[in-house]
Structures are given as C-alpha cells and as structure tokens.
Design a protein around this ligand. Sequence first.
Ligand code: SAM
Length: 250
Amino acid sequence: MTSQFDGMAALHERSIDELPFRRHIEMPSVLAAAGGVEGRRVLDLGCGSGLYARFFARNGAAGVLGVDRSPGLIAHARHREEVEPLGVRYLVHDEATTDTLTGAFDLAVSVYALSYAATPAALARLCAAARATLAPGGRFVAATLNPDFATVPHYYRPYGFDLTVADPHLCDGDPVGLHARADGESFQVTAYYWSREAHERALTEAGFTEVAWQSPRTAADGSASLFARYLAAPHVLAVSARVPGDSSPR
Ligand SMILES: C[S@@+](CC[C@H](N)C(=O)[O-])C[C@H]1O[C@@H](n2cnc3c(N)ncnc32)[C@H](O)[C@@H]1O
C-alpha cells in the first residue's frame, strides 16, 4: 500500500520550519489536547516522517510507536532514528489493526490522517483502529481539518499554504486541495472535508466517549500576534476522545 505522501519525507521535515503554524500552534495544541505525554505509551497513527513521534519521545513518553502506510516515510523515520536514537519504533501499517497493537497504548495521536480518509468507511476504520490500540481509559487525539476553515481564496497564504475547494458550501467527503511550498519545492495533496458530526459519529461508533473539540493553543514564545488572522479561522483543530474505563496505574 502506498500513499500520496510517498517520496515527501524531506518536505514533511521542512514543513516544520516553512509552515510556522506547525511549531507555534499545531504542536502546542496537540500536546495540550493530549494532556501531556510524560510516562505514557504513545501511538502516532499516520506518523509520516516521524515529526510527532520524535516530539513525544523528547517530551518524556514512556514508549513511542509510529505507524504509517507509506513505506517511504517509514524508511525516512527509521533513518532519523538511526542517526538520532530516541527509542522510537516504526511500523509500515495501514490503520494499525494488528492484534499486537491491541490495548497497548495510553494515548493514540493522529496528526492529519483523518483528513485523508476519502470515505466515511475509511474515517470509521481509522477511528476504530485508534480505539483498538488503546487501553481502558486511554485517550485519542486527532489533529484534523477544521470543519469551519476559511474558504476565502488564499486566506492561509500568509502562513505558507493554500486550501482550495470547488464550492464553499462543503459536504462530507468533498475534496480539499492543499498546496504548499517547502524547501523550494511545491507540493499538492488532496484532503477530504468531514463535518463535526461526521467526526463525532465515527468516534462514537468506534466506542469512544467524551468527544471534545479543543481551541488552538499558541506556544508561550510571544508569537501569538503573528498568527491573529490564522487563529480567527485555524485550518486544523484537535479533537479528543476517551476510551471508557479507568487507566491502569503505571
Ligand atoms: C499529512 S501526513 C501527516 C504526517 C505526520 N502525522 C505529520 O504531522 O507530519 C498524513 C499521513 O497519514 C498517513 N495515513 C493516512 N491514512 C492512513 C492509514 N489509514 N493508515 C496509516 N497511515 C495513514 C499518510 O500516509 C501520511 O503519512
């Protein structure tokens, strides 16, 4: 199984510098929605080149596994682990549905993978896969395309990317073009629009409770004023959900 992201490892890595909202808003927001990662067993579902998997390891996670269906991105992530060992393991896997992952994690995080589910069934499978990997009381945090992102043309261009839609009255499953430049190269991928209700349905049907949308956080580095326009209509939001039951004492 390959993905539209194969061959994009270098671009993924550069995106953290060339798309500054990632470092200044997205990462602090994901970490806050997760309630921190220290001492927790973390799965990064759709880990890409391993940006978040490494971030979680550096922030004190008890163990991190990154899974992605793109062999090219996992090869890159493994290479980074060889160069800078952080104890992160990586697996090529579509949706992490293997028995070996069942119930093994306290926290599953998925940054942008839900937005690339092209059908309701694919969205449901990703949520079900995240659910299956979590222990009782475990938490799932997904950074996903904000259902209320700005459809005004070039709204996000000051932040390094464009989102394009055929019709601003979006329906579930409509394609959304993401075009950005990083490292002098331009890249274009197709994401899919999912409403709040579609996300909530997929999460609830997967067996999650306490589904909650989180407002974006900014890094405590004085950069918030640079992102005022972005924050008025962020293109990504974190949604979190919990597996019923008590977390086992660790
Ligand atoms: C936009 S990339 C984000 C990568 C990484 N999370 C990051 O933030 O840099 C989305 C990733 O999700 C992966 N992905 C999408 N659907 C998946 C699935 N069903 N199973 C495993 N990986 C998936 C893609 O291969 C891709 O690497």
